[in-house]
Ligand binder design. Structure first.
Ligand code: WTA
Length: 666
């Protein structure tokens, strides 16, 4: 007998910690208003949450079909001004805006809003002095130090478009992103520190700018020093001709720089993300809509109040770091927390120790970290006083009910709200989540849509919006997750390829934004995200495109064809299993397997390295030459007994060979 699905056994856990008097009735009313009077709803939020230099004249225009959505048309504002200056002007200059904790627990920094204003202004002036202009793309490849967030804010201040590349990506992957964005400037650090180890970021950038056409594109590499010594006149790293030392350059700048007047629809940042085919997509977010959506969702989902200390431990290289480490909390004038290290360094009590020491009130991490920490036992969190925390958040993948329970019972002592926040790089901020004090929880469900989000479940077969008539005998609907109308935080295009934006998100189901996820909506209207319907793999909450990993594998001369699928993994959620067909003349050997893993490390990054590689004489292909990944997915999920129809395969006998080879690995 198979285990029951989480939604079949889930019991409601009453909403916790209602400190602002928010109620379910108020949520329902808010949601209804947002649907009936969408423009008024967002217009009121935009005026209440942001300061505008000139008011907008139209709330929203454009259509999904044309992909020309624009929000707060004609409005002018500056995100950095909203995130820093206005708090200083409102008398909060002395409030700590950011707490940073480095790799070593005693390496911490507290930075006030006033200090941030001065430092970010200096960085902006430094960028300008090096030729950066409004609209230029600045690639940021940095460790999790305050200067990373400040460089992002400095770009926003002057209207440069930042493109943060996660510092776990290889030089190859970095070069691809620099080249695709034609980014003339790269900002990095001489090194990063994680788990006691140095990461040679500057060297990786050096390698990257010698690849592809980056030598022609990149004009300057601006290098921060991880441990800057103002007395040193020599750089602690090898200077290349394009390098500029950031710290001494910044130190001599004027500590004020006027914020640029930006149109609501001016590009704010680019973030590359993976899809199922082709190269990574450079998703573009714009100034007004994104700022509003970041601030609004941070406020409602985490129930932020005056004096709160908000800690999101995601990396700024991903969207979660953009919205919930940097922009959301600072726009609200809250105190944000920036974390450089890992959950297990120097020991697996690190998170709970940080919560206790810094009096963190909201804590936000990923299911993979919770599953990892669970393994070390209940005694570890119990050693710390984490009673200051009110909201515990999760993001990145569906959370399994066991991990949810552990987070709720062992970490939160049944006193905190667990917010299960479902969203994507494309959505800018949360789209489906429970709200503290409002929504009763069900372990494993992200629950109900955020007000303003017209969430719809569509039939995967013919695309019609599912209704009561489609419910199964238990009252469930199952289909794909879509959104029926625009929202301010949505990405506006894929840089340099608008057609791809339309094809990926709006053409599959005309009239809807398509998330790429499948979902079950239960009888209470609660959403349970099942997973991606495309070939995107989610390893430890890192979104990885199969195409990128496969092209790294076939770049090795031994590999003629490769197909990569996600394999269930206890901690990472999914790990990568690669099926490779070798070129004639190559044979399987332990050395070759090592080389292939290395090929992925250098082509994409260590975090995308396959756990398993199956070498096989051929791959399951249709007669027209299309690889049937569906079959590979079943094999790695130990569901080979329900493979479905294999008669369309050119060589159905390959399936048994693959099953046997995969079983040998286990
Ligand atoms: C998955 C990360 C279930 C989903 C913010 C989505 C989730 C992809 C959840 C986006 C959640 C994210 N429950 N699945 N709470 N949050 N996902 O762009 O498959 O890196 O499409 O954004 O992560 O990943 P991305």
């Amino acid at each position: 007998m198979t285990n029951p699905m989480p939604h079949e056994v889930a019991k409601l856990v009453p909403a916790k910690g209602n400190i602002n008097g928010n109620t379910m009735d108020a949520y329902k009313k808010d949601y209804e208003t947002s649907m009936e009077k969408n423009d008024e709803f967002w217009s009121a939020k935009a005026t209440e949450i942001l300061d505008w230099m000139s008011p907008f004249t139209k709330v929203c225009q454009g259509s999904f079909e044309r992909g020309d959505i624009a929000w707060f048309v004609g409005g002018k504002l500056n995100l950095c001004y909203n995130a820093i200056d206005r708090h200083v002007l409102n008398g909060k200059g002395d409030q700590v805006g950011m707490i940073w904790e480095g790799d070593e627990p005693n390496d911490t920094r507290q930075i006030t809003y006033q200090e941030m204003l001065n430092e970010v202004s200096q960085i902006t002036n430094a960028l300008k002095s090096q030729g950066v202009r409004k609209g230029d793309v600045v690639t940021i490849y940095m460790p999790m130090i305050p200067e990373l967030a400040f460089t992002m804010l400095a770009c926003a201040r002057m209207g440069a478009v930042h493109s943060v590349v996660f510092a776990g990506f290889s030089s190859e992957a970095l070069a691809q992103r620099v080249s695709a964005a034609q980014s003339k400037f790269v900002v990095t650090a001489d090194k990063g520190k994680r788990g006691g180890k140095d990461i040679p970021l500057k060297k990786i950038v050096h390698d990257a700018i010698n690849k592809m056409d980056c030598q022609e594109i990149v004009e300057k590499v601006l290098v921060w020093e991880r441990f800057y010594d103002p007395a040193s006149t020599e750089a602690p790293f090898e200077m290349d001709p394009k390098d500029v030392r950031m710290n001494p350059l910044v130190a001599v700048q004027r500590p004020y720089c006027p914020p640029e007047v930006m149109d609501a629809e001016d590009n704010l940042f680019l973030l590359y993300t993976s899809g199922s085919t082709g190269k990574p997509k450079g998703l573009v977010h714009t100034t007004g809509g994104y700022s509003l959506y970041a601030a609004y969702t941070t406020k409602t989902t985490f129930d932020i109040n005056e004096g709160d200390i908000f800690a999101c431990v995601a990396d700024c290289g991903w969207i979660t770091g953009h919205t919930y480490v940097v922009y959301g909390p600072l726009l609200l004038g809250s105190t944000t927390f920036l974390f450089e290290s890992t959950p297990v360094y120097p020991d697996p009590g690190r998170y709970w120790d940080m919560i206790q020491r810094h009096k963190i009130t909201q804590f936000y991490t990923a299911p993979t970290a919770i599953r990892l920490l669970m393994r070390y036992g209940d005694e570890i969190p119990s050693k710390y006083d984490v009673s200051c925390v009110r909201v515990l958040g999760t993001v990145g993948e569906p959370i399994n009910p066991e991990a949810w329970r552990w987070y709720y019972e062992v970490v939160g002592k049944e006193k905190c709200t667990i917010v299960d926040t479902y969203w994507q790089t494309e959505t800018g901020g949360h789209i489906i989540t429970n709200l503290p004090g409002v929504t009763d929880m069900k372990p494993g469900s992200c629950t109900l849509p955020v007000p303003g989000i017209d969430a719809v479940v569509l039939s995967a077969i013919d695309g019609h919006p599912l209704t009561d008539a489609d419910k199964d005998e238990n009252g469930n609907l199952e289909g794909v997750m879509a959104i029926r109308r625009p929202w301010p935080g949505m990405a506006r295009t894929c840089l340099g390829d608008h057609e791809r934006y339309l094809t990926t998100y709006f053409k599959p189901y005309p009239g809807y934004y398509f998330t790429g996820d499948s979902v079950l909506k239960d009888k209470d209207g609660y959403h349970w995200i099942i997973g991606r319907v495309d070939d995107v793999i989610n390893v430890s909450g890192h979104r990885i495109g199969t195409a990128e990993v496969e092209s790294a594998l076939v770049a090795h001369p031994a590999v003629a064809q490769a197909a990569v699928v996600g394999e269930p993994h206890d901690i990472k959620g999914q790990s990568i299993c690669a099926f490779c067909m070798l070129t004639v003349g190559y044979d399987e050997s332990p050395e070759l397997l090592k080389e292939l893993k290395m090929a992925v490390r250098t082509g994409v990054g260590a975090f995308a390295s396959p756990d398993h590689i199956v070498i096989s004489p051929s791959l399951p292909m249709t007669r027209s030459g299309k690889i049937m990944r569906r079959i590979l997915r079943k094999i790695v999920s130990n569901e080979a007994d329900s493979l479905g129809d294999t008669s369309t395969l050119a060589d159905p006998s390959i399936v048994d060979t693959l099953i046997a080879k995969f079983a040998e690995l286990k």
